[in-house]
Design a protein around this ligand. Structure first.
Ligand SMILES: Nc1nc2c(ncn2[C@@H]2O[C@H](COP(=O)(O)OP(=O)(O)OP(=O)(O)O)[C@@H](O)[C@H]2O)c(=O)[nH]1
Ligand SMILES: [Mg+2]
Length: 417
């Protein structure tokens, strides 16, 4: 069913890093205690994790935002902030993660447990205790926590049916899927109303699975009768089969005859289909019940899509069968592509022509709590120099007095910075 694609947008944001703290030791007999501000905690990461108990991307339709917990701020006496909790976002097996703008594939989460870091948490800021040096005995600044922003992704999933509804034309397959899912297939009282499979996501409690409503099957289908066998391949990949027998067709084929024909056609197409986990269900119980058929109705349960009779039990029973089948499956081969992290220092022009330095490390270097502090400015300059910022500026041909920006911060270029 490769043409049934479920897709959605997802926005993730790692938790912000906590701020480092500026604090000095207070002791009874020491006039100036040393710096003892603790570090902020790192923000939590957002991970996408393939989970075989999730069947669709439905959960992201209405709530597309996922944000991990922030780290807490550092405190005095070198108490570090707490790390934010990671956020695990379960996605169905087979989910492809794409860059929202370019469509480039970033990760393929194929089998249960495959994980991908979608939103790294922000680094916690260092407390002033970390900025103590021979030249700087009393640092009055600390690092701010790294702030994270939203990243949008595109998620795509090739829907695979967990359950296939198999039955005679007009047995009530399309009506049933319309009652247990949000699928809205065409329903009518003539045979072969359904010409292409319809997929629907069934939600039961906290779990979900995908059901395929297939065109009706008749005697000789495996040799081309009716719509033939071209859609039988859709049954091949389903984990569980539902044989839906029309209890109301008093002058048509009896339930037992229907089941016999269905078994025969599936077996002709592929014998192993007969070993698939399955359940036999009598439909339209509001018209006639299995009892009306006496011993002749070989059904596990009866339902009515018209009155909802037995529908709840049917869904829970299906969930049970699907979960058993999923658990028995071998792991599929998985591969995960890791997105390369942007590193280094880059020079770009803002709209007004001013130069801007971008790059995580450079932005970190000026993310200090108090840039009016001489020591802080000194520190920032040194860090930028080490990162090669001054060389980059020189190469770009900047002249003394040109404005340069990093993050929220702006300064004037000086030759010997
Ligand atoms: N009384 C009653 N009628 C039903 C019930 N379920 C379906 N029907 C009717 O049975 C007819 C056929 O229903 P469909 O759901 O289109 O049957 P189908 O199995 O999808 O048929 P094909 O697509 O042709 O294979 C329609 O007229 C439905 O209204 C039911 O539970 N009770
Ligand atoms: Mg139908």
């Amino acid at each position: 069913m490769s043409n049934f694609v479920d897709e959605c947008n997802l926005s993730v944001r790692g938790g912000d890093g906590g701020a480092g703290c500026v604090s000095f030791r207070r002791e009874a007999h020491v006039a100036y205690g040393g710096p003892d501000g603790g570090d902020g905690g790192n923000g939590g990461d957002v991970w996408l994790v393939a989970d075989r108990n999730v069947s669709s991307l439905l959960a992201f339709r209405d709530y597309p935002h996922r944000i991990a917990e922030s780290g807490t701020h550092g405190q005095g006496a070198k108490r570090h902030g707490k790390r934010g909790k990671d956020l695990i976002v379960p996605v169905p097996e087979g989910t492809t993660v794409k860059d929202h703008e370019t469509g480039e594939i970033l990760a393929d989460l194929v089998s249960h447990g495959d994980r991908w870091l979608a939103g790294p948490g922000g680094r916690g800021g260092r407390g002033n205790a970390r900025f103590l040096s021979n030249r700087r005995r009393a640092p009055k600044f600390a690092e701010q926590g790294e702030v994270c922003s939203d990243t949008w992704y595109r998620l795509e999933l090739k829907l695979m049916a967990d359950v296939a509804l198999v039955g005679f034309p007009s047995a009530g397959k399309s009506t049933l899927i319309s009652v247990i899912s949000r699928a809205k297939p065409k329903i009518a009282d003539y045979p072969f109303t359904t010409l292409e499979p319809n997929l629907g996501v069934v939600v039961v409690g906290e779990s979900e699975f995908v059901v395929a409503d297939l065109p009706g099957l008749i005697e000789g289908a495996s040799e081309g009768a009716g719509l033939g066998d071209r859609f039988l391949r859709h049954i091949e990949r389903a984990r569980v089969l539902v044989y839906l027998l029309d209890l109301s067709s008093i002058d048509g084929a009896s339930p037992a005859e229907q089941l016999e024909v269905l078994h025969k056609e599936l077996g002709n197409y592929q014998p192993s289909l007969l070993e698939r986990p399955s359940i036999v269900v009598g439909s339209k119980a509001d018209v006639l019940t299995a009892d009306d058929w006496g011993r002749d109705a070989p059904v596990d349960m009866v339902i009515s899509s018209a009155t909802n009779q037995g529908i709840d039990q049917f869904k829970w029973r299906l969930l049970e069968l699907v979960q058993e089948a999923r658990a028995a499956e071998p792991q599929r081969e998985g591969f995960v592509i890791h997105r390369p992290e942007a590193v280094g220092v880059e020079l770009v022009r803002d709209d007004d022509g001013a130069w801007r330095i971008v790059g995580r490390a450079a932005e970190r270097a000026v993310a200090l709590s108090d840039l009016t502090d001489v020591g802080a400015l000194d520190y920032a300059r040194n860090r930028l120099k080490k990162l090669g910022v001054d060389k980059a500026l020189k190469r770009a041909g900047l002249r003394n007095g040109d404005e340069v920006r990093i993050g929220e911060f702006a300064f004037e270029y000086e030759e010997d910075m």
